[in-house]
Design a protein around this ligand. Sequence first.
Ligand code: ATP
Length: 212
Amino acid sequence: MNGNVIGISGVRVRFGELPALRDVSLTVAEGEIYAVLGRPGAGKTTLLEVAAGLRRPEAGTAGRRDGARWAAVWAEGGLFPGLTVAEVVDTWRHWTSDPLPRDEALGATGLTALLDTPFELLSRGQKRRLDLSLAMLGRPEVLFLDEPTAGFGATSTNWIWSALWSLAANGVTVMLATSDPRDACRANRHDLLAEGRLLPAGALNLDRFYAA
Ligand SMILES: Nc1ncnc2c1ncn2[C@@H]1O[C@H](COP(=O)(O)OP(=O)(O)OP(=O)(O)O)[C@@H](O)[C@H]1O
């Protein structure tokens, strides 16, 4: 993989007649935060699934560095009826080998003060921050995130980015998909995905991206 942690080459995915990914190639280096920016339906989730090894492409190759531990935060998070934040984390830690301490995982996303709060009472942004804390419990070397800040307020968005920057500073490789250009600009590098094709950033005028 030449120092890269994620490598995708010539990937094609089709749903029936619909080409969802058309000859997509990209690499992500260790400790890099790489964002794929695209409108709804552009193929972002499909690309993350291929990168994470959860979807086999009909052509091309996708891989992560051998043996790299990975975790994902998907757009639809988990549901934990009746559990408090602390109970959710403790349950997850029980299933994880050598888990991060609870306080460290919750501190990274600013949720320490909500330990005794029932999961149901969290805002959408707080739930996503909890998803990120859970993803961190297994000390992943690669992290995939789908729409990590979609529609959240500034507090949740800032906590999520603070956690991602701190993970990357510790060598974690992050690949995320977003329809928000502000997320793309906070990443170390981003490309545009339009109708299943990956275009280098700069190939599309962002004003037009917003206006359409
Ligand atoms: N399992 C499936 N079967 C058929 N079509 C699918 C399937 N999954 C996705 N698609 C279609 O493939 C295209 C790409 O979908 P994908 O979810 O990857 O896009 P996206 O950029 O993540 O969009 P969104 O932000 O709305 O989730 C869309 O047109 C979608 O309707």
